[in-house]
Design a protein. Structure first.
Length: 185
């Protein structure tokens, strides 16, 4: 009975069956050859399934380790290719900045040097300013108050400053800078 049904059972079901058989054998005074055969088969099957689970878990762990190695290799390749691309862009920027029309036409398209949108530099020797700058409340700022937003902490509204500078307003300790990038059409 157990022999025929056991092969389809899960690891947990086999464990319960084996424990039940062992209890029955402990409680019985006369152990039949059939009970010993069922117990032996159930024990062997449980060990086989357990070993299969161990092998599967080892395989899954090694596949994860291999994926980590591959991920690191691909990330290193990406970093290398990004460095090559940056070098190519720098070379083309140099070539195009010395070219009269700042563009070179080919049969597949045009490579040109175009201006990026303006970026704002805040020229204060205090902190590295990001898009949202956190400033202590007691700090005096060299900006007019309309460029400063007070949320919970005072911040510099870089977008508003950038707009003001673009419209021609002069704001101390700030400047608009323009960079260039390579564009291929």
């Amino acid at each position: 009975m157990i022999i025929e049904q056991s092969q389809k059972k899960s690891l947990a079901e086999l464990t319960v069956d084996l424990q039940l058989l062992e209890r029955q054998m402990d409680e019985s005074e006369n152990i039949s050859a059939e009970q010993v055969k069922e117990w032996s088969f159930a024990k062997d099957l449980l060990q086989t399934k357990t070993n299969n689970w161990i092998a599967y878990l080892d395989l899954a762990e090694s596949q994860i380790a291999m994926a980590d190695i591959q991920l690191k290799r691909v990330q290193a390749q990406k970093k290398s290719k990004e460095a090559v691309l940056k070098g190519l862009h720098q070379y083309l920027s140099h070539v195009l900045s010395n070219t009269e029309g700042r563009a070179i036409k080919g049969t597949d398209g045009t490579i040109s040097l175009v201006k990026n949108p303006a970026s704002l530099n805040i020229i204060l020797p205090v902190v590295n300013y990001s898009s949202t700058v956190v400033i202590p409340v007691d700090c005096t700022l060299p900006f007019p108050e309309r460029f400063v937003q007070t949320v919970v902490l005072r911040t510099i509204d870089k977008a508003l400053l950038k707009e003001a500078l673009k419209s021609g307003l002069s704001v101390p300790f700030t400047e608009l800078t323009y960079s260039e990038r390579i564009k291929v059409k």
